[in-house]
Ligand binder design. Sequence first.
Ligand code: ADP
Length: 497
Amino acid sequence: LSTAAEVDELITPSVEIRYTKNLINGKFMDAASGKTFPAYDPRTGEVIAHVAEGDQEDINRAVSAARKAFDEGPWPKMTPYERSRILLRVADLVEKHNDELAALETWNNGKLYEQAVNIEVPMFVRLLRYYAGWADKIHGLTVPADGNYHVQVLHEPIGVAGQIIPWNFPILLFAWKVGPALACGNTVVVKTAEQTPLTGLFAAQLFQEAGLPPGVLNVVSGFGPTAGSALASHMDVDKIAFTGSTDTGKIIYQLAAKSNLKPVTLELGGKSPFIVCEDADVDKAVELAHFALFFNQGQCCCAGSRTYVHERIYDEFLEKAKAAALRRVVGDPFKKGVEQGPQVDSQQFEKILKYIKSGVESNATLECGGDRIGTKGFFVQPTVFSNVQDDMSIAKDEIFGPVQTILKFKDTDEVIRRANNTRYGLAAGVFTNNLDTANTLMRGLKAGTVWINCFDVFDAAIPFGGYKMSGVGREKGIYSLHNYLQVKAVVTPLKNP
Ligand code: ADP
């Protein structure tokens, strides 16, 4: 196993941290309380910036700026084409600052720089262009109703959208949330995750530079139970969208219901099965299953975190999956060739180690890994468990770390039943060349996304979201637009001919 977590050899990112204050009504400002909180480098646990700590009062200010920009301001009154032009300019600016944004993302999150620079920031740009393209194509309907009436259905922006995002894909999820809301003509208040406040503020500055009017997009950094909860329960917020854990999602739903019944979109946790069928090419299956779990340090809501392998190929698969984990290069995420960086913070790091301990205690077989790497930062060894049973907590709970749990199955009906026996339903992976098996699994699995012979394929146009306790609603594609539009029926009598 690589021990590249020699943190004395750290690369210093070539980016300056310029934006640490809340963006409210077009201006960066200190928190009303004057308080700040630290942002960390997960490679070392060292503080890299002090960020304005938004709270109820900052959320109030941001919401009233967004309200004014919606009710009086130019945004919903601009032509859709003008809105589209601004979003396209933002995309151009983000593209121009691609490397800086990626460096900041890696510095504050620990994810691979190569991933941030080649996938996540470019995907931000792609999403913005996709939704900029929609801005002038959102239109209503005319409806042939009974009686002598002319019936129109208008699609209007909802108003002020509150959006709460997590730390695992900070810059990418910022675009998922903000892109469709703005394209539809809404104004927005974003609450970023306390672990990763920096790239959202940088992006917000680029929206201003692109000519977004003040108050249309406001970004408040701060903690969940204070700033996040103030946003979700605000009486003047017309819609709330949240990505994060299922437990917090339930709180958001309650806050929305208890306040003004604002509509809610939730993208929550998962424990997605990755099913390797009998006919699979084992080498390829191992590679994809490894990627499905270990990508982004295992910190993906849709991670393929239950690897179900057919009994006939189980032993060979296990040997090779273990070898793949042992080969995985862990280290400084800025270094070329490194495949896994640190976990985002000490809390996640401790939680993962606790789950590994619980796996050992419940008599799953620890094939490799199981410990931290080095003494600084939050690096975890790529870990593989075999002999995992469905009722163990490592097979039921979201670990959100580099821990692969391998389970054995006998036949298709059985694996469908077991794969669906979970409170989650975000995604599923299927690996087979047998068309009948693929079709049976695809129809039988209760998940918002089924990837067949691929995994983690994301696209601006493909909807994403969960069945069951993995969420409410869908994001991306045309589905995000519906989350940010109000429907108004207009009925006018027609004169008798
Ligand atoms: P995690 O446990 O992985 O950090 P969370 O679901 O708690 O995931 O966090 C995701 C986002 O939700 C973050 O922006 C966080 O600040 C916010 N959040 C956490 N708790 C609450 C809460 N009680 N009310 C509103 N937002 C919250």
